[in-house]
Every structure is written in C-alpha cells, then in structure tokens.
Write a protein that binds this ligand. Structure first.
Ligand SMILES: *[C@@H]1O[C@H](CO)[C@@H](O)[C@H](O)[C@H]1NC(C)=O
Ligand SMILES: *[C@@H]1O[C@H](CO)[C@@H](O)[C@H](O)[C@H]1NC(C)=O
Ligand SMILES: *[C@@H]1O[C@H](CO)[C@@H](O)[C@H](O)[C@H]1NC(C)=O
Length: 367
C-alpha cells in the first residue's frame, strides 16, 4: 500500500509542476501576442511617462533647413538641388514655424513616449527611420524597408501577412531598442513620414475599417463601431444600429476630445488609423528630414529614395494614376448632412495637422 501511495503523491506533484509550467508559458505567449498587436484590443496607458525627455530638436531643424536651402550654396549638397528639394525644404520651414506657434501648442506637440517609438521603424543597414501613418501607402514603404534590411530580396517576394508582422519581417520598431540606441538613431538617421489631407485621411480610414469591414479585422465591426454608436449616435433605433457605423457618428466621436479618451483606451492600438499625425509621429519633437505628401507621392517617393541614399537599391512600387489626388467632391459628399458644429469640433481637433503640413482649412465645410 505504501509504495502505491508514494507513487500517487509523486503523480500529483508532477501534474502540479506541469500545470505551473503551462500557466507560465501561456502568460508568456499572451504577452508576446499583445506586444505584436495581433488580433487583440489591448489597453493603452495614456499616462505612460515619456520614455525620453529629450528637448525639442527645433534648433537642429532650423540649422538643417538653412544649410540645405539653395540660398546658402556653401558646401556641396548631399543630393542635387531640384525643384522638389525646394518644395520639401519649404515644408520643413513651415513645420518649424507652426511648431513654435503657442496657440497651437497642444495640437502640435506630444511627448516622445513609447507609443510614438512604436510607430517608427528602423532600417539600420541604411540608417533610416520611417514613422508609420496609416492610409497613405505605408505598406509599400514598409516593404521597401524590409527589402533594404535584407530579409527578402524583392518587394514582390514579401507575403502580405508578413508585412505587418514585426517579429519575423526583420523591420524592428524603434521602441524595441535601448534608450541610448534610440537617441543615437533619432539624431543621426534619415527620418521621414508621409501625410495627406487630414479629413480625406479620416474618410479613407472610415471606409477601410467600417464600411469594407475587413474579415481579418473583426474588432472594428464588433467592438469599436458598437461602442462609438452607443456613445455618439443621436437617435437610437434598433434597425439602424445593426446597419453599422455612420460617418456622422465617427465625426462626433473624433471631435469629442475629452469624452473619447476612455473609449480610446479600450480601442488600444487600432486608434492609430485616426489619431493625429502629431500623436503618431511627434513631428515637432523629432526633426524629420522629409515629410512626403500623399497628394504628390509621384514626386515625393523618388525624392525620398534619393534623399535617403537608396534610390539605386530599390524603387517604390508603381502608383496607380489618380488615387493620390485630393477629391473635394468626395469630402463634400461625406460631410454633407453633418452639422457645422460637429465639423468645427472635428476641425478644432485636427487643426494642428492642417497647419503643420500646409493643408488649407476646408472653408467650404466650416463656414
Ligand atoms: C499607467 O501607467 C502609470 C505609470 O506606469 C501608472 O502609474 C498608472 O497607474 C497606469 N494607469 C493605468 C490606468 O493603468
Ligand atoms: C494645453 O494643455 C494644457 C494642459 O493640458 C492646458 O493647461 C493649456 O491650457 C492648454 N493650452 C491651450 C492653448 O489649449
Ligand atoms: C471623387 O469622388 C467622387 C465621389 O466619391 C467620385 O464619384 C469621383 O469619381 C472622384 N473623382 C476622382 C477624380 O477620383
């Protein structure tokens, strides 16, 4: 009897250990998934203290634009001065001016916390940092950088599901590095990102995430849309609620700066599709070398490749004609029927993005 009992207790002990190990492993796996922004709505902690408290690099930016401007033709420029170079320098000068505007300060400045560093992808081989701003052809830029980093040899070889899988595609986030590594890269690498008209971008995000309802991203339809409808739809009728999010609900949610913070915390990473460029990339706190515009991508893409010194190594995929130009008819169509008050509140929140990047105030919607 005694040996039986001993074996019994031994078995219980072994089972206990196996259970403990399993629990530990599952914790670890969950953590990794959250880290990768897989199909989980994770909590974002907006009180997260800034990882770095670097002083704004505006002086550096001012120096850079001064030395690059054609007026001061002192030393040999890194690349040929072309008309497009002038355009990009003027954009940086405008950015620098608006960054100093104290009346827009809260709309143009953001702490360099982990959230921003998560948006920035690193190509160490060619010393490039790219800040991701969804809905402006970012997937293509990421493919370009993945090829440069060497994991794949051609843009066409990269499977679609790998492009955004940053653990296996060889395109690390800046946030994955140490403080020293981050600072060094922010100071010495070529840095760029792409913007487009802020309202057209919101329309594009709305269409992509709430109208098309991508099947592999079910949380927009099943979690985010119902939460926004509950809080922001004016009249609640059952038949309407099932029909999905209206652009009007979306506009009211976006314009409610104070009220939406609680929701945004629940929505987690997915809000990158409609946060301001300031919140995503900290353009006044990081001195970017080029800010490309989606509307002029045909000129900006080759310019960026040249400025980054990689024009001979890769090319940007062909841009289908007509898809990048601003479409006022579309903007008017989406905003028709939405109250001036709601549109003005939306503009108040995105005004920083309009001003920083030289997009005209949409008077036709606001006045
Ligand atoms: C957010 O993070 C800060 C600092 O790490 C912590 O003090 C605070 O309690 C956190 N808030 C939430 C809601 O988790
Ligand atoms: C900016 O934000 C701070 C803190 O939230 C606030 O005290 C200040 O009034 C804001 N400034 C403007 C111009 O909105
Ligand atoms: C602009 O948008 C409208 C409405 O969505 C569409 O009918 C039209 O074809 C678009 N125009 C261009 C030039 O793409």
């Amino acid at each position: 009897m005694a040996p039986m009992m001993r074996r019994h207790w031994l078995l219980v002990g072994v089972c206990g250990w196996v259970l403990l190990i399993l629990v530990f492993i599952s914790k670890f796996i969950n953590f990794r998934m959250a880290d990768d922004y897989g199909g989980r709505v994770e909590m974002l902690n907006w009180t997260f203290p800034s990882v770095k408290s670097m002083k704004p690099l505006q002086e550096q930016l001012a120096q850079k634009t001064a030395s690059q401007s054609p007026a001061s033709s002192g030393g040999p420029a890194e690349f040929e001065l072309s008309d497009w170079h002038l355009v990009t320098v003027q954009r940086l000068q405008l950015l620098s001016r608006v960054c100093k505007d104290s009346s827009l300060w809260n709309l143009t400045h953001t702490p360099l916390r982990k959230f921003v560093l998560d948006r920035i992808f690193v190509c160490d081989k060619h010393k490039i940092l790219f800040c991701q701003t969804p809905k402006v052809g970012n997937t293509q830029w990421k493919k370009v950088l993945i090829v440069l980093n060497g994991k794949f040899s051609k843009v066409e070889d990269i499977p679609e599901n790998v492009v955004h899988h940053h653990e296996i595609n060889g395109l690390p986030r800046l946030s994955s590095m140490s403080d020293t590594e981050i600072t060094e890269r922010l100071h010495t690498y070529f840095k760029f990102f792409i913007v487009r008209d802020p309202f057209e971008r919101l329309i594009s995000a709305f269409k992509d995430k709430f109208v098309k309802n991508p099947r592999f991203e079910p949380w927009y339809k099943h979690n985010i849309a119902p939460a926004i409808i509950r809080k922001y739809r004016k009249s609640h009728r059952d038949s309407e609620e099932s029909a999905g999010l209206h652009f009007e609900d979306f506009v009211r949610y976006l314009g409610d700066e104070a009220g939406r913070q609680h929701l945004d915390r629940q929505f987690g990473e997915h809000i990158i599709h409609w946060l301001t460029y300031t919140e995503l990339c900290a353009p006044c706190d990081i001195s970017y070398d080029v800010v490309g515009h989606h509307e002029t991508l045909e000129s900006d893409a080759p310019y960026i490749l040249k400025a980054a010194g990689i024009a001979d190594l890769v090319s940007y995929p062909t841009i289908p004609p007509g898809i990048t130009s601003y479409n006022r008819t579309k903007v008017e169509h989406y905003f028709s029927g939405i109250s001036k008050r709601d549109i003005r509140r939306l503009y108040a929140r995105y005004q920083g993005d309009f001003s920083l990047f030289g997009y005209n105030r949409p008077d036709f919607l606001l006045d």
